[in-house]
Design a protein around this ligand. Structure first.
Ligand code: AMP
Length: 464
């Protein structure tokens, strides 16, 4: 699968084959055509295999899921001591990310015989009972959202006293969502001898404090905050708030929307917009945390299957959701956190494709826009408003440096051809492929990975 591997131009390439991963894991990687590590993988996997605690500072899209799952599957296969215990717990802030980790696990663990269960709220009593049973039978790996896990712990359904590996994925997001005390509670239930792995896009003081209190001499791998991919054609409409729906209509005056995510900051606004845009004839669906799990799954599936053209969502889908072929992201509200902007628009132009990001900047958003431009170190091109709309004056920035150079507005060319080429290494590995019984499931995973693999990497990675 082609990947956007700019970083590998600057860092020594690491092949999965050269790491001490188990044969079963390498076989699954071969099925999925994953050959070279991303920087976060190349640097994290050896530490995790050594059993060290680790802090990985990296965003979604860097390949961080495989960075912890691959060595974890290898370690669990070697340990194999607690057949009746939950040996590894992975905490995820959202249900969607938990599902996605579970999917990745199914692929990577295909030949290992290691089983995992995803545990998250919003589903029925039958599912809850299944989760309870799977704990009793000793699921090797449990992937859970904090709320649901705490409920099981309180009911005595789960014993973490023999859980020797804990992975906290998107720890800063769990902090933002108010789960910090739950995380501490969970950490306190683990045995003294354990491995704690923490991934976070940022390192706020609260997460740092957790690391100091609960981790032992952690290795630190840092992949610098990435700027949006060059292939994203970014633009801004400076407008009155009341005119935003008209601008959305204008964007699709000539063609129907296709693979569009429209972000709005509040659930209420998402609900209202969905109704308003449906009335205007748009084939759209909503996505926010007031929906129950079934509704969320249905909305995501319909969108993935192209049954809906536009997903209107809160930031619930701005991080960690792996849909590769988004053509356009619309920020109906300008995000007030500049990194949220990067996360949101990073949903498009994945896996070497091109994409467009349009941001509607209303009366109160001017300062937020200047923060974004400071982070990007460039000015995003302004689009003229459609005829008949009044152009508000852009307010001056309140503080900080001047934004950098003006982008051309044209999307730059996608990076050079990244198609996987047949290499001597491939020939060697074909032996691996031929040596394995090719099963329906294995092939299905290979197909899946061809459809979904995408990695955005950043050249500046450091390790200490
Ligand atoms: P993540 O950051 O874990 O969400 O991964 C982003 C995407 O990159 C997923 O679709 C992965 O399947 C894909 N991916 C992860 N590692 C690799 C790799 N080494 N080679 C190719 N694709 C990868």
């Amino acid at each position: 699968m082609p990947i956007n591997d700019t970083s590998n131009e600057q860092m020594a390439e690491v092949y999965f084959e050269d790491l001490e991963l188990s044969e079963d894991v390498l076989d699954a990687l071969w099925d999925m055509r994953f050959e070279k590590c991303t920087p976060i993988q190349g640097q994290c996997i050896p530490h995790i295999l050594e059993g060290r605690d680790l802090i990985g500072i990296a965003q979604t899209g860097t390949g961080k899921t495989a960075a912890y799952l691959l060595p974890m599957l290898t370690l669990l296969a070697q340990e194999r001591s607690n057949a009746d215990a939950v040996n590894c717990l992975i905490m995820s802030p959202t249900r969607e990310l938990a599902q996605q980790i579970d999917q990745a696990l199914q692929g990577f663990s295909y030949y290992t015989g290691i089983n995992g269960v995803a545990v998250y709220g919003g589903n029925d009593g039958v599912r809850f009972e299944q989760e309870r049973k799977s704990f009793q039978q000793g699921a090797d790996i449990v992937i859970a959202t904090p709320g649901r896990l705490i409920t099981h712990l309180q009911l005595g359904n789960l014993d973490l006293s023999r859980t020797t590996h804990l992975i906290l994925d998107e720890a800063d997001r769990m902090l933002d969502m108010g789960f910090i005390d739950d995380i501490k509670l969970i950490l306190k239930q683990l045995p003294k001898e354990r491995q704690v792995i923490l991934f976070s896009a940022t390192m706020p003081p609260e997460i740092d404090a957790i690391a100091k209190e609960f981790m032992t001499n952690p290795a630190e791998v840092r992949i610098a905050v990435s700027k949006p991919a060059d292939k994203i054609d970014q633009s801004v409409y400076v407008c009155r708030d009341a005119d935003k729906p008209l601008i959305v209509q204008h964007l699709f005056a000539d063609h129907a929307p296709e693979r569009v995510i429209l972000f709005s900051s509040s659930k209420q606004r998402v609900k209202e917009l969905t109704i308003a845009l449906k009335r205007k004839g748009f084939n759209c669906a909503q996505m926010h945390s007031d929906l129950d799990q079934k509704e969320r799954d249905e909305a995501m599936l319909a969108f993935k299957q192209r049954k809906t053209d536009m997903l209107i969502a809160t930031d619930i889908v701005s991080r960690g959701i792996d849909i590769d072929d988004i053509k356009m992201v619309i920020n109906f509200d300008c995000p007030h956190d500049a990194e949220d902007y990067v996360h949101r628009i990073g949903r498009t132009a994945r896996a070497g494709r091109e994409g467009r990001a349009v941001t509607l900047v209303g009366e109160k958003d001017h300062f937020a826009l200047s923060k974004i431009e400071r982070l990007l170190e460039e000015k995003i091109p302004r689009c003229p408003l459609p005829d008949g709309l009044q152009q508000p004056e852009e307010k001056l920035q309140k503080q900080g440096k001047k934004p950098g150079r003006q982008r051309s507005g044209k999307p730059r060319k996608a990076s050079a051809n990244t198609e996987t080429k047949e290499t001597p290494r491939h020939d060697a590995k074909k032996k691996r492929w031929n040596g394995k019984k090719k099963t329906k499931g294995g092939q299905a995973m290979a197909n899946k990975s061809q459809n979904t693999a995408s990695v955005t990497q950043n050249p500046t990675a450091s390790v200490s």
